[in-house]
Design a protein around this ligand. Structure first.
Ligand SMILES: C[S@@+](CC[C@H](N)C(=O)[O-])C[C@H]1O[C@@H](n2cnc3c(N)ncnc32)[C@H](O)[C@@H]1O
Length: 231
């Protein structure tokens, strides 16, 4: 019998990473404790993306009671302010550790009736129907073919609006390489995939969306393109 090297798929690698070293690193970055200079830059960049999403959703004036799904919610950086603004939030993540931390932060910061419905779940298996579906900074962990399937699945869950952020295929890759400690390679953690904006837009349009709003957050070490797609 010949033994071949089995490389677990990206999902298994990503899940394991965000239940171990990735959890420790990212829950610090997505927190308010002391971090190093690079991590602080990423924290501030990510916060800008969250703030942009909140500003867009609040500007529409219909957030109280709106059903929202935060797919790949991490520690609840968006789900918690969204719930605080009155949205009915379902938030899930493939990582058990992330969901435990998100629930802890939500319980600490929100009245009980506002705490989102948290669930450990691969976003490809989320069920239900939501006015707005949001997926921030998750697609970076997956190659184009997998992203296409994810966009199609999230599209089926979203009644009126889908917001996605991703690392656009630009000089970002060079920067990521420089901060290799964040993505040291498949053996230790996850790969980082960049996506051409045109490819993401084509996937969204094929799923029946048109792009309504676009934003770009760019700090020294954090780059994220945000798209709002509507029917
Ligand atoms: C960089 S973090 C972003 C977290 C959050 N969206 C935010 O912006 O604060 C990526 C998150 O995606 C989650 N994730 C990765 N693949 C996933 C999948 N297939 N389904 C659900 N969550 C996933 C990870 O566990 C991690 O919490």
């Amino acid at each position: 019998m010949t033994l071949t090297n089995h490389r677990p798929d990206d999902k298994a690698i990503v899940r394991d990473y965000f239940n171990a070293t990735g959890f420790e690193r990212w829950q610090r970055i997505y927190g308010d404790g002391e971090v190093n200079r690079v991590q602080l830059d990423i924290r501030q960049g990510h916060q800008q993306t969250v703030d942009t999403v909140m500003a867009w959703l609040q500007a529409d004036g219909n957030l109280p009671g709106l059903s929202c799904c935060d797919a790949g919610c991490g520690v609840g950086s968006l789900a918690i302010p969204l719930a605080a603004a009155g949205a009915r939030v379902y938030a899930s993540d493939i990582s058990t550790k992330m969901i435990e931390e998100a629930r802890r932060r939500a319980v600490d910061n929100l009245p009980a009736e506002y705490v989102p419905a948290f669930e450990v779940k691969d976003l490809d298996t989320i069920a239900g129907s939501y006015h707005t579906v949001i997926c921030l900074d998750v697609l970076i962990h997956y190659a184009d073919a997998q992203v296409n399937g994810m966009i199609n699945h999230l599209s089926n869950l979203a009644e009126s609006r889908l917001l996605l952020s991703f690392a656009p295929k630009t000089t970002y890759y060079t920067v990521l390489k420089k901060i290799g400690e964040f993505f040291p390679g498949p053996s230790k953690t996850t790969r980082a995939y960049l996506h051409p904006e045109a490819a993401i837009v084509a996937m969204l349009e094929a799923a029946g969306w048109r792009i309504e709003r676009r934003s770009m957050t760019k700090t020294r070490f954090y780059f994220s393109r945000l798209l709002e797609a509507v029917r």
